[in-house]
Design a protein around this ligand. Sequence first.
Ligand code: M6R
Length: 598
Amino acid sequence: MCGIVAYMGSRQAAPLLLNGLRRLEYRGYDSAGMAVLNGGIDIRKDRGRIDDVNREHDFSSLKGTLGIAHTRWATHGEPSMKNAHPHTGCNGDIALVHNGIIENYKTLRELLESEGHVFSTDTDTEVLTHLIEKFYKGDFLGSVRKALMQIRGTYGIAVIHKGCNEVVVARNGSPLVIGVKRGEAFAASDASAILEHTKKMIYLDDGEVATLKPGGVVTVRNLFDKILEKNIEEIGWNLDQIEKGGFRHFMLKEIFEQPESIRNVMRGRLGKGIKLSINGELGDRKRVIIVACGSSWHSALIGRYLIESLSGVPAEVDYASEFRYREPLVGKDDLVIAISQSGETADTLAALKEAKRRGAKTLGVVNVVGSTIAREADMGVYIHAGPEIGVASTKAYTNQIIALLLIALDLAQKHGKKINQRLLSDMRKLPATLEHVLKEDKKIKAIADRVAEHGNFLYLGRGINYPTALEGALKLKEISYIHAEGYPAAEMKHGPIALIDENMPVVFIANKGKGYDKIVSNMEEVKARRGKIIAIATEGDNSIKSLSDWVIRVPRTADELSPVVNIIPLQLLAYYIADIKGLDVDKPRNLAKSVTVE
Ligand code: M6R
């Protein structure tokens, strides 16, 4: 949520900051703003998307070689010009951008107001600028440290003072990375914002504060002013991975990248058996508990199925947001797996910490290298999907499933189970299988044309493809704003069947394999009530045609891999419906890519 970018160097800051903001816009996009040091501090900000704000306020008219910028996803205070960041104090000497939530802002605001500070926004963030102003006695960094010590909550911040030629950045619970380069320094809430300038990154940890000074001098300290030695890490992502590369939207590009991203998650890990080079053993844990949110929670449901059926280890899944507050009975016999594309989701991170506190061994299944969950977990399996920019998760979701399959197989090996070589062979063929499925693209677009006007959809699947139904429905509602529900197919008769009529498209995941006959019976029940059926069916299954209004065919593969194969047409269906409706597919309303607040 919210994107921050900062620059200190010899080039004009505004164009660099604007580019960085555009790359961060997927993190939040209801307002944008920029502040550049130029004798005083010049600020431009407003409600709206970055390019709209730029058209109106011309960021490039800000001259100076040091600046900070922000794209916002509102938490406290509606999107408006006054609530857009950067924020200032009473005298305009300070400008600050913030990502996160200051929980004790009300108390602090009352205190500061009683001391004469005048607030001009509805945000929680503004207390920080006034606190810094209050503590400032000529030592800018010192005043920022003192202010941060008063704060309860989460923050990634970048702040400048009109009398100091430096940017101060800090983090607690919201990501912040510093990019280093000869003569220049950058900071951002996400490496993709500064990747075009440098691949050398310093990841700040919670409770750390850094100064970016002329000549690219970066110094990291803790809040008590102790200088810390930090590693400079080289990020493996490339610029073309964060650009659209000729596709209309990032989401479409990312759907089409799946054959390659699936190759990447398996690379070096799939031989005759499974080689997972994780730091530390999965160990002899008696139970696995998987915690996650959103699409990652759907992949967790598939992971449970895979772990139990392949390794025989009992597995449970919980919403991270529920797990963290329900006094979970978790301890040293448990392996807790936290799944997160971003590695920054607040609820998932809190659940992971809670599991650690209770003595469980923790494993992160994460995409973003160096992210907080990746660093916090005892062990990790990166999913190597590459940067995922579209807010709706696609390639990260399928890579999570394969990572969980690898973990399940690894556990199976450790428990002396024989590995099914046919499954491994289908895994090797999976990228080619997905390339084949993607060729159905035009047909799926044509189906989307026919069904886009409907206001409700039902998605039904069984067993390992019940989560596919949930994920298909989530994709549709996220980006097309059409109400969609996913259910285990057998549950339909316990309620949702009341909704079925000729205006209700029902998407069935109906591959040949386990549960096929039962799915066909459910299709009959929908047909009898004149529901419109879209079936995802196995190539060569001709009998399903008579029951369906539209059939999307996918190649037969191992049951364990079918969720990866089946979700591709559902991602495309959601994408095309949203596009037909003229919606902003990559930046759906109210959402943000990385949910770093509770
Ligand atoms: O980064 P994470 O995987 O932890 O994110 C979890 C959810 O916020 C995320 O999957 C969300 O549901 C996506 N918008 C799904 O498309």
